[in-house]
Design a protein around this ligand. Structure first.
Ligand code: AP5
Ligand code: MG
Length: 216
C-alpha cells in the first residue's frame, strides 16, 4: 500500500504513520524526521533547510522533492510506504503525481486526520520525542519519565514546538496544505478519520477503514 498522511501539526500523522507502517510492513517516511536528521548531522541540505524548519515555514519545493525522490527510490519503499508530511502544498502534489506516473505506481489512499484546532496546541506543547528512534510521546505531567521506552535515550522537545512557532505552522498548514484535502477528494482518494479520539481508537478505525476500502 502507498499511503500519504494529511493533517495539521499535532494531528497525529507521525503517531499513526509509525503504527501503520509496522502493521503493513512498509517504511514510515516522515519528511519532518528526514529534515531533522539532516539538521542534526549538519549536512548541506540540513544547513539549507534549517531556517525554514526552525521558523515553522516550508522548505523550498526543489530541496524537499529531491530528498523525497531519493528516499522513495530505496529498496525498502519498492512495495509501499506511509508518507507523512509530503506533499505539503499543491505544487508538491502535482510534482508527486507526475513522479508516480513516470514510475508507473499509484497512491492507495490519502489519509486525512481531522482534529479541532483547540486540541493541537495542547498536544504539541506536551510533545517529547526520541532523537534516536523518533518515537513520540505526550508528557503532560512533569513527573513522567523522559526516557524513550524503546531505546532508553533521553527525550527532547522539538525546537519548532514553541507556542509562537506552532502558531506559524498552523497558519502555513491552513494556507498551503489544507487545500490538498480537496485535491485528493476530487480524485476519490481521501479517507477522513476523526483524529481527535484517543490514539488506540484512531488506529483501530484507520485499520478498519483501510481494510474495508481495500488496497486500490
Ligand atoms: P513535520 O515534522 O511534518 O511537522 P508537522 O506537520 O507540523 O507535524 P507534527 O510532526 O508536528 O505533527 P504530527 O501530526 O506528526 O503529530 P504527532 O503524531 O507527533 O514538519 C516539520 C517541518 O519540516 C515543517 O514545519 C517544515 O519546515 C519542514 N517540512 C516537512 N515536510 C515538508 C514538505 N513536504 N515541504 C516543505 N517543508 C517541509 O502527535 C503530536 C502530539 O500529540 C504527540 O505528543 C503525540 O503523542 C500526541 N498525540 C498524537 N495522537 C494523539 C491522540 N489521538 N490523542 C492524544 N494525543 C495524541
Ligand atoms: Mg510528525
Amino acid at each position: 500500500m502507498r499511503l500519504i498522511m494529511i493533517g495539521p501539526p499535532g494531528a497525529g500523522k507521525g503517531t499513526q504513520a509509525a503504527r501503520l507502517g509496522d502493521r503493513l510492513g512498509v517504511p514510515h517516511i516522515s519528511t519532518g524526521d528526514l529534515f531533522r536528521a539532516h539538521l542534526k548531522e549538519n549536512t548541506e541540505l540540513g544547513q539549507q533547510a534549517k531556517r525554514y524548519v526552525e521558523s515553522g515555514g516550508l522548505v523550498p519545493d526543489e530541496l524537499t522533492e529531491a530528498m523525497v525522490w531519493d528516499r522513495l527510490g530505496r529498496d525498502d519503499a519498492k512495495n509501499g510506504y506511509v508518507l507523512d508530511g509530503f506533499p505539503r502544498n499543491l505544487a508538491q502534489a502535482r510534482s508527486f503525481e507526475r513522479r508516480l506516473n513516470e514510475t508507473r505506481t499509484a497512491l492507495s489512499r490519502a489519509v486525512y486526520l481531522r482534529v479541532p484546532e483547540s486540541e493541537l496546541m495542547r498536544r504539541l506543547t506536551g510533545r517529547w520525542w526520541c532523537p534516536e528512534c523518533h518515537a513520540t510521546y505526550h508528557l503532560a505531567s512533569p513527573a513522567a519519565s523522559k526516557v524513550c521506552e524503546n531505546c532508553q535515550t533521553g527525550l527532547i522537545q522539538r525546537e519548532d514546538d514553541r507556542p509562537e512557532t506552532v502558531k506559524r505552522r498552523l497558519r502555513v498548514y491552513f494556507e498551503e496544505t489544507a487545500p490538498l484535502v480537496d485535491y485528493y477528494r476530487d480524485r476519490g482518494m481521501v479517507l477522513e478519520i476523526d483524529g481527535g479520539a484517543p490514539v488506540d481508537v484512531v488506529s483501530r478505525k484507520l485499520g478498519q477503514q483501510l481494510a474495508e476500502g481495500g488496497s486500490r
